[in-house]
Design a protein around this ligand. Structure first.
Ligand SMILES: *Cc1c(COP(=O)(O)O)cnc(C)c1O
Length: 391
C-alpha cells in the first residue's frame, strides 16, 4: 500500500475482510478470542503469528486495521493505537525512559503534555530541560551526550510555534537521542515527520483523524522494532489501549481526512485574511501566511498552514465578548472538528499555568484559538465579524 499515494492509502490500507467480504470495515466488539485447544492457547502466548489476537488490550482486528491504515498513511513501519492522545504522549515517553534519563522538550506545549514533562517525569527521576522550541541554539545548548529523548509539538498548541524537525533531529541523533514529535497540528495529511527525522510520531486521533468530535483516541507510530517492542509492551500492560468501537470511527475518519483537512485549511487561510483587516484585533497568527514569523519553515515542513488560526482580541473582556457573540462557531476545546470551535486558552486549556509562564508562552489574556471547521467560509467570516463588532 505504501506505493500508493496518501489519499488511496487513507481509504484502503490495513483493511482486513472477514469471511463475509464486507465492504465497510467490521467492528470486532470483542475483548477476547477463542483458541482451538489448550495447546493453541499456550502457543499464542509464546508469540503471535500473523493476524492472531489474544486480548483487546494487546490488540484487536478493528484496532489493527486502524493502526495499519494510519501507519501506511504516515509512512511509518508500525503503530499502536491508544485510548486518547494523552495516553499516546505518555506511552511514547514513559515506555522509553527510566530514572536518571535526560529529556529536552520544547516549552510551548498543550497543557496536559506540559504536565507530563514538568510534573510526572521528574517525579520518577527523569530530568527535563525546557527550551524555546523555535530557537535552534537553545536545543543545541540543552542536548547532552546523555540525552535520551527530545519532545516537541511540531506546531504548538495554541500559539502555533513551529519546530524545525530535521534540524532538531540532526542534533538529537548526533548523541543517539530519540525524537518524539507530537504532530497533531500538522495532521497526517501534511506530515512528513518520519522522513524529516522523527523516530516516534504521536497523534491525538480525537482531533482531525476522527474529525467529527465523537471519540477520544491516540496513536504512537515508529519502527516495527520500537512499536512492537517497548511501546506495545508498555501499553498492553498499562491499559491505555483504544476501544474497537472508537477504532472503527477513526478508520472511517481516515477515509475522509484528506478532503476535510484540505478544505478546513483553505477556509482557515481565508478567515485569517479577513481577520487581519479588523483593527480591533491586536494580532492574527496563521502559519500559512507569509507574515507568520516561521512561514518559510512551515511551508518547507508541511507545505500548508493547517486548520488553526490564533488571534488576540486585546484583553480577556474583549475575548469573552467576541466569543459570546458568535452564532456558528461554538465555544469548546476540541480542534480539527467539522464544527468550527473557538477556545480561550488562558481561562481553559492553559488555566493551570501561572501568569509568568502564560506570558512566556504567549498565552495572552486576549488570545483565541480558532479551529476552523467545514462550514461555508463566508458564513464563518460573517460570524467572526459579528464577534469582533461585539468587542
Ligand atoms: C489534544 C492534544 C493532545 C491530547 O489529546 P487527547 O486526545 O485530548 O488526549 C496532545 N497534544 C496536542 C498537541 C493536542 O492538541
Amino acid at each position: 500500500m505504501t506505493e500508493h499515494r496518501k489519499r488511496t492509502r487513507a481509504v484502503h490500507a490495513g483493511t482486513r475482510r472477514s469471511q463475509y467480504g464486507e465492504v465497510s470495515e467490521a467492528i470486532f466488539l470483542t475483548q477476547g478470542f477463542v483458541y482451538e485447544s489448550a495447546e493453541a492457547a499456550e502457543k499464542r502466548f509464546v508469540g503471535i503469528e500473523g493476524d492472531e489476537f489474544i486480548y483487546a488490550r494487546y490488540g484487536n482486528p478493528t484496532v489493527a486495521m486502524f493502526e495499519d491504515r494510519l501507519a501506511a498513511l504516515e509512512g511509518a513501519e508500525a503503530a499502536f493505537a491508544c485510548a486518547s492522545g494523552m495516553a499516546a504522549v505518555n506511552g511514547a515517553l514513559t515506555s522509553m525512559l527510566k530514572a536518571g534519563d535526560h529529556v529536552v522538550s520544547a516549552r510551548a506545549l498543550f497543557g496536559s503534555c506540559l504536565y507530563i514533562l514538568e510534573e510526572i517525569l521528574p517525579r520518577y527521576g527523569v530530568e527535563v530541560t525546557f527550551v524555546d522550541g523555535k530557537n535552534l541554539d537553545e536545543w543545541k545548548a540543552a542536548i547532552r551526550e546523555d540525552t535520551k529523548a527530545v519532545f516537541f509539538e511540531s506546531v504548538s498548541n495554541p500559539t502555533l510555534e513551529v519546530v524545525d524537525i530535521s534540524a532538531v533531529a540532526e542534533m538529537a541523533h548526533a548523541v543517539g537521542a530519540k525524537v518524539i514529535c507530537d504532530n497533531v497540528f500538522a495532521t497526517p495529511v501534511y506530515s512528513d515527520a518520519i522522513a524529516q527525522g522523527a523516530d516516534v510520531v504521536v497523534y491525538s486521533a480525537t482531533k482531525h483523524i476522527d474529525g467529527q468530535g465523537r471519540a477520544l483516541g491516540g496513536v504512537i507510530l515508529g519502527t516495527e522494532e520500537h512499536i512492537r517492542g517497548p511501546v506495545e509492551t508498555y501499553m498492553k500492560h498499562t491499559g491505555g489501549s483504544l476501544s474497537p468501537f472508537s477504532a472503527w470511527m477513526m478508520l472511517k475518519g481516515l477515509e475522509t481526512i484528506d478532503l476535510r483537512v484540505r478544505a478546513q485549511t483553505e477556509t482557515a487561510g481565508r478567515i485569517a485574511e479577513a481577520l487581519k483587516g479588523e483593527d480591533k484585533l491586536a494580532q492574527v497568527l496563521y502559519p500559512g501566511h507569509a507574515d507568520h514569523p516561521q512561514h518559510d519553515l512551515v511551508m518547507r515542513q508541511m507545505g500548508a498552514g493547517g486548520t488553526v488560526v490564533a488571534f488576540d482580541a486585546g484583553s480577556r473582556e474583549a475575548a469573552f465578548r467576541l466569543l459570546n457573540a458568535l452564532e456558528i462557531v461554538v465555544i469548546s476545546n476540541n480542534l480539527g472538528d467539522a464544527k468550527s470551535i473557538a477556545t480561550h486558552p488562558a481561562s481553559t486549556t492553559h488555566q493551570r499555568l501561572p501568569q509568568d509562564q502564560k506570558d512566556r508562552l504567549g498565552i495572552t489574556p486576549g488570545l483565541i484559538r480558532l479551529s476552523v471547521g467545514l462550514e461555508d467560509a463566508e458564513d464563518l467570516i460573517a460570524d467572526l465579524r459579528r464577534g469582533v463588532a461585539a468587542i
